[in-house]
Write a protein that binds this ligand. Sequence first.
Ligand code: ATP
Ligand code: RIB
Length: 301
Amino acid sequence: MQMARIVVIGSTNTDMVVRSARIPVPGETVTGGTFLLNPGGKGANQAVACARLGGDTMFVAKVGDDAFGRETGPRLAADGIDARLITDPSEASGVALILVDGEGRNCISVAPGANATLMPSDLEPLRSEIERAAALVMQLETPIETVAWAARVAHDAGVAVVLNPAPAAELPADLYARIDWITPNETEATLLTGVAVADAASAKNAAAVLHSRGVKGVVVTLGAQGAFWSAGGLCGSVPACPVAAVDTVAAGDTFNGAFAVALTEGKPVADAVAFAVKAASIAVTRPGAQASVPRRSEIDI
Ligand code: ATP
Ligand code: RIB
């Protein structure tokens, strides 16, 4: 029996990253940067975080019949992930073009390719695996109908549903009541609720809106301010660890993977958020997406 298995459904991308002093404005060329090609995609990043931080992890995604797609499975397996990759021969594997500036800030443009064709019919053969999981973790780089389908399957089976609503997008009204934990960043929380989220106080107001729609638990990540959580009538904040951030790509993904692991280990929410903050603070000190995700041995709280 797989009592503590975490199923992650989502995107896998190859990230092409140029790091330079600053990010160009439209029409401008900035030269002198350095290039890094590395694995990414919010789904894959979160699966890697789950696995490296101690979770028994299954990952479901769609790739193209190309070099990027073919190298994805073995790489994830090397991280101990049970990767169930579905090949779409009519699409390219997902790619993200990422610019990082000298202060570690980024902008990202994604060509989703095969990620955009992951449909409920692809997941139907995996229904029983989802139903047996301890937690289902998803993001919004795959079609919303697929996210909604999987959330319904998991919720009906009593599986904890963790939704990282990234990149920012509106959600169907009936999805909220099937979410155990929603984990927006400030931008996403603002878009979802209409509350301008910039700190713990405003995150609390946004959380109230999300609860009123049926979400049980809310965690708002606040970048260098850490994270705010609200659940079961209680709430709290965890400050970020003071670190020198060089690249925040996948900070949120590391946070989500860590949070899911801690939840499935039975940690109280405040401890789970603290664990996730610690993991994410390590990720921001390193370049790259999956390359930056820490291992459990690095987090000792
Ligand atoms: P991403 O950059 O991956 O898109 P995000 O926008 O989803 O991240 P953030 O809220 O920016 O999510 O960051 C997630 C977590 O990472 C924060 O809750 C915090 O714990 C940690 N973090 C982010 N930036 C910093 C920083 N500058 N210093 C320390 N910790 C940070
Ligand atoms: O969250 C970071 C990820 O977003 C990157 O790895 C990139 O692939 C984009 O999907």
